[in-house]
Design a protein. Structure first.
Length: 236
């Protein structure tokens, strides 16, 4: 206790000294941290280009387009097979005859269908109304040609000779006039003998025998009308 009493005055004096020694100062405001300034962005105005007006071209008057005339498209040609070429002559130049051919007789001025008969010796004409007569001391004959049962115009030709023909059905011998006449087959024109036969049942008015085509033609009996049809002679 005694010690506290002794120490008390010392403590009091020390506090007084401290109070007297502390200088009086103005109150200090607390330091406020400086706020950094934010720079506002500089507005850059876009460059304004001068308005360019589009160039106006003068209107050109256009004529209405005329459509070209449409041509018809050609149809594709049909493929045609070449026609076989007729062989009308042999390599050595002989005429080729079928079993039937066209024959032109200039003296009669008519074209007939003729049968090529390899079994007959002489040629013959189916004649009607055969009438022999004399002229200037020579034998002549007058006749018509039978064409499909119809008689042609009348013809008169000199008789070259008389042929004796024996009928197969009897032993009688007939005398038939033989005349000379030119005929044309294809491009061949030859003079040959014709026996005038009065038979109205003959299918062909003219029959050509071996005396005509011997040495000038060959016969292919498997074909018909190998030669072209001769044309009539033009009258002046």
């Amino acid at each position: 206790m005694k010690n506290w009493k002794l120490l008390l005055p010392v403590i009091m004096s020390g506090s007084l000294i401290a109070c007297t020694s502390t200088p009086t100062t103005e109150p200090v405001e607390p330091e406020v941290p400086e706020v950094p300034k934010v720079e506002e962005p500089i507005k850059v105005e876009p460059e304004v280009k001068p308005e360019v007006k589009p160039e106006v071209k003068p209107e050109v008057e256009t004529k209405p387009e005329i459509e070209p005339e449409k041509k018809p498209t050609p149809k594709p040609e049909k493929e045609t097979k070449p026609k076989p070429v007729k062989v009308q002559k042999t390599p050595d130049g002989m005429l080729i005859l079928g079993s039937e051919e066209w024959v032109y007789v200039p003296a009669i001025d008519q074209t007939y269908k003729a049968r090529i008969d390899t079994g007959a010796t002489t040629s013959s004409i189916s004649a009607t109304n055969i009438v022999p007569f004399e002229r200037d001391g020579k034998d002549w004959v007058q006749f018509n040609v039978d064409i499909d049962g119809k008689a042609s115009k009348e013809f008169k030709l000199p008789v070259e000779r008389w042929a004796k023909v024996r009928q197969s059905s009897s032993e009688e011998v007939d005398k038939r006039p033989v005349v000379m006449a030119y005929i044309q087959v294809g491009d061949l024109k030859e003079q040959t003998e014709f026996t005038l036969t009065e038979r109205d049942h003959m299918k062909f008015p003219i029959l050509l025998g071996r005396s005509f085509f011997r040495d000038i033609a060959v016969v292919d009996a498997s074909k018909k009308y190998i030669q072209n049809q001769p044309s009539k002679t033009k009258k002046k």
